[in-house]
Structures are given as structure tokens and as C-alpha cells.
Design a protein around this ligand. Structure first.
Ligand SMILES: *[C@@H]1O[C@H](CO)[C@@H](O)[C@H](O)[C@H]1NC(C)=O
Ligand SMILES: *[C@@H]1O[C@H](CO)[C@@H](O)[C@H](O)[C@H]1NC(C)=O
Length: 443
């Protein structure tokens, strides 16, 4: 079959197309073959692009690009008389190609006395606190009634970075690992230990502050990416996690477990270095009254995002996802069994393994560590409260004040802060980075 060399030469002279030349065809085949092998071996690990505007190319993360951010449904809690918030919410979501379903919020005054679970004191809490509790219960009730595998619950003053899907894809890589029970002994040599800068004063005192971690074990997110391949649901198997607490106003570092194993997914922090969506350390504050920045700012290098179990106390339920398992557990605890405080603090304590203070034994600040509850979070948060112009939150600001500043903490290319430009159809270039790396106002 093989032509004589003369024939080949002649063929070339007659300028026949290149693929008629068999040696070249062979080389081409080998080249593409090698490329195919290289890509398929490379595909065992997902590559995290350095540019925070780039999406991740992985089949299991594809659904995060859909209109419900990879959850089965998105619910927004809205008091019907806060039409201003619904307007802004609908607009922001439309701009981000996000599909919402509104859940009507209720006020404390409209709740029947008989509808409260124990203890009796919770009927005397401020009406705003009772209304907020009931509104969250209504959303959880819907998740349970509709038998949703996952749902994302938002408060109506929530904000996000225009790179929200990119942020969520990276979070999903972390949640795959953190919600698993992977044997991680092979990663032992990659663990870094940093001194925890939390103190009894700065730590979240909604739970005991006497068991703060001295050192925080962490692994780069990129070192655990080979472990999630067989899972097809975007955030990991929803039967293995309860809550993905994506929007908050501050989170404590994970507390040491009873049987410390530094590489256990429930102990370890995952780090994403040089994340361009993270503001400089000095800006990492949950609200304007906070004296020193979050422990994240002083524990990890600038521009680091961390992912971990929410066992260190956490506040503000501005955005959280629930699995069906999580929704049932929360509705059982706070809808029927009992609660006694502001819902976000109660949830922070629940995630840390503590039970509501019901006045008797077994509850309270310490609380026995309950059967494993899996709440995962990111610092800084991916969703945060937006403080609008002239606006005053219905929820009292932490630290006693009311947030009156026009801003959104933690978010750089905030959708709310760029609403005007986005509505006018301005491209990415015209948008404002709220917390630029060059000198900005320091608080
Ligand atoms: C988005 O993806 C999730 C997860 O696969 C799925 O449950 C949901 O139905 C999808 N939403 C839409 C609108 O396609
Ligand atoms: C709820 O969903 C699960 C799977 O997601 C299914 O097995 C179960 O039958 C459903 N239950 C109801 C009442 O629809």
C-alpha cells in the first residue's frame, strides 16, 4: 500500500492537500491522540481559573449557571408592605438572570398565640423577632411540602457580586469535599497550620467562647479537587449536608471537634488564594461599628477566601441553602420543638451543635454536641446585606446601631451598588468596585 518515495515526491509537487501525505497524517493522528489522552488525564482534576470572571469547566458544576443557581428553587422572604425591597430584588435578580419565588413575610402581631412552640417566653420576644422567625418557618415549610431536594432562601435586602455564579462554582468544589467523609490521610503533608487570631472578645459569643481553636488547619482548595468526580449534584450529595450558609454578617472559625483529626473534612478549612472577589483585609468587617476586622483578615494572606463547617457561631440569615434533610431538621427544631431567640443566632447555635435555651437542662450556651449537623460556609460571604440609600433595616444593626451607610459589606462588584449602570446596559468595564485595592476609605 505504501507508495514509493518517488510517488510521494510527485504528489507533493502536484500540490495535493497536506492530508494526502501519510507521514504527516500519522503525526497528526499521534498529536491529537496525545492531546486526547492529556485532556482526559487532566480532567481528573478541575482547574480553577486564576481570573475570577472565568467559569469552571466541569460537568458537575454546569447547573450552577442555570436560573436557580443550581438549586431546585429560590425563595425570597418579603413583607408585603416592603414593596421597595421587592422592586429592588426583582430588578437585581432579572439583571443576574435569576428566577425567584416570593414568600410572603409575616409580622409578629399577626401570629396567633397558640401557634408558638415552647417555651412560653418566646411569645414575649419583640414582634420583629417573632415575625422573622415565622417567615423563615414559612419558607422551610414550603421546601418540605414541595419535597424539594435543595432550596435557596434569601432575605429581600440581599446582595451579591456580579460574579456570583463563579463564586458559587468555587464554593461547590469546596462543599463537595467538606460534606464528604473522605479519608484524607493522603493529604496530611499538605496541611498548613496558622494561629487563630480570634479572641474571647471577638469570637461569636452566641456559643461558648472557651473552646476556640488555637491553630487552624487548612488545605488549598486545589489540593482536594480529585475527590468529587463521581458526584453529579452541583453542591455535593444533598443527603450529606443540611445548610449552605452563603450569606451572613460574620462567621466564627470552626471549633475543634471532640476527637481532633486535622484532615477530617469537618475540621479543615479550605483556602482559595488570590481570589479577586475578596476585599482587602481592612475592609473585612460585617458592619460599620465593628472595631477590628474579621479574624479572616489577620489569619490568612490578603485576598484569601476560606470555606469551612459553620461550627464557630454565625449571624444573619441573609442567604442560606437547605437540603430537604436540613429543611426538615430546622422545621422540626424551630417550628415544633422550640426556640428562644433571634432566628439567625438560633441557627448559628444549631449549626455549632448547640440547642435552643429552653430554660431546662440540655440546652443553653454550651449544649451537648448534637448528632452531626452539616452547615457549610464561606468567608467572606458570597451574599451580604445591602444597606440602601436612606434605608433603615427592619432588623436592628449588630452592635446596637442601625446601619445607615449606603454600601454592601464584603462585595466588590455589588449588583445593588451598580444597579443603575447595569440597568443602563453598561458593560463590565463601567461597573464600580466598591472596595478597590488602591487606597479607599478606611473605617
Ligand atoms: C438548576 O439546577 C438544579 C440542580 O441540578 C435543578 O434542580 C434545577 O431544576 C435547575 N433549575 C432550572 C431552572 O433549570
Ligand atoms: C420526595 O422526593 C424523594 C426523592 O427526592 C422521593 O423518593 C419521594 O418519594 C418524594 N416524596 C413525595 C411525598 O413526593
Amino acid at each position: 500500500m505504501s507508495p514509493k518515495s518517488g510517488a510521494t515526491f510527485e504528489a507533493a509537487k502536484r500540490r495535493r492537500p497536506w492530508y494526502y501525505s501519510r507521514p504527516r497524517l500519522l503525526i497528526t493522528c499521534i498529536f491529537f491522540g496525545a492531546l486526547w489522552i492529556w485532556f482526559n488525564i487532566g480532567a481528573c482534576e478541575v482547574l480553577i481559573p486564576a481570573d475570577s470572571f472565568d467559569y469552571l469547566n466541569d460537568e458537575s458544576l454546569k447547573d450552577i449557571l442555570n436560573t436557580t443557581l443550581g438549586f431546585q428553587n429560590i425563595f425570597v422572604l418579603n413583607l408585603p408592605f416592603r414593596t421597595d425591597r421587592r422592586d429592588a430584588m426583582s430588578l437585581s435578580a432579572a439583571i443576574s438572570n435569576i428566577k425567584l419565588e416570593f414568600v410572603e413575610g409575616v409580622t409578629g402581631a399577626s401570629i396567633n398565640e397558640k401557634a408558638y412552640p415552647p417555651p412560653d417566653e418566646n411569645r414575649k420576644l419583640l414582634p420583629g423577632i417573632r415575625g422573622s422567625w415565622r417567615t423563615h418557618m414559612n419558607a422551610l415549610q414550603r421546601v418540605v411540602e414541595q419535597n424539594l431536594t435543595t432550596a435557596f432562601i434569601l432575605e429581600d435586602d440581599v446582595d451579591w457580586d456580579i460574579r456570583v455564579r463563579q463564586n458559587l462554582q468555587r464554593f461547590a468544589l469546596a462543599s463537595h469535599f467538606l460534606s464528604s467523609k473522605h479519608d484524607t490521610t493522603s493529604l496530611k503533608n499538605k496541611v498548613e497550620y496558622r494561629p487563630n487570631t480570634e479572641t474571647e472578645e471577638t469570637a461569636y459569643n452566641i456559643i461558648d467562647t472557651n473552646n476556640l481553636a488555637n491553630t487552624l488547619p487548612s488545605l488549598p482548595l486545589s489540593s482536594v479537587l480529585h475527590t468529587h468526580k463521581h458526584i453529579t449534584t452541583p453542591y455535593g450529595d444533598p443527603s450529606t449536608w443540611d445548610i449552605l450558609w452563603l450569606g451572613h454578617c460574620g462567621a466564627g472559625m470552626p471549633r475543634p471537634p471532640f476527637h481532633p483529626n486535622p484532615t477530617s473534612p469537618s475540621t479543615i478549612l479550605l483556602t482559595l488564594l488570590n481570589d479577586a472577589t475578596v476585599p482587602l483585609p481592612k475592609h473585612l468587617k460585617a458592619h460599620p461599628f465593628q472595631a477590628t476586622p474579621d479574624a479572616l483578615a489577620t489569619t490568612f494572606p490578603p485576598s484569601t477566601r476560606i470555606y469551612h463547617h459553620a461550627t464557630g457561631g454565625q449571624l444573619c440569615t441573609v442567604a442560606y441553602a437547605v437540603s430537604q434533610r436540613g429543611a426538615r431538621r430546622l422545621l422540626h427544631q424551630f417550628g415544633t420543638k422550640g426556640w428562644n431567640g433571634i432566628f439567625d443566632a438560633e441557627l448559628g447555635r444549631w449549626c455549632a451543635g448547640a440547642n435552643p435555651d429552653m430554660g431546662g437542662d440540655g440546652g443553653g450556651k454550651g449544649g451537648a454536641r448534637e448528632r452531626e449537623r452539616v452547615c457549610l460556609t464561606s468567608q467572606p460571604p458570597i451574599f451580604a446585606h445591602h444597606h440602601p440609600q436612606l434605608g433603615e433595616s427592619d432588623i436592628g444593626g449588630l452592635g446596637g446601631g442601625y446601619a445607615r451607610k449606603y454600601e454592601t459589606k464584603y462585595l466588590r462588584y455589588s449588583v445593588r451598588m451598580n444597579l443603575e449602570g447595569l440597568v443602563q446596559g453598561q458593560g463590565e468595564k463601567g461597573l464600580v468596585d466598591q472596595w478597590p485595592d488602591e487606597e479607599g476609605p478606611v473605617e
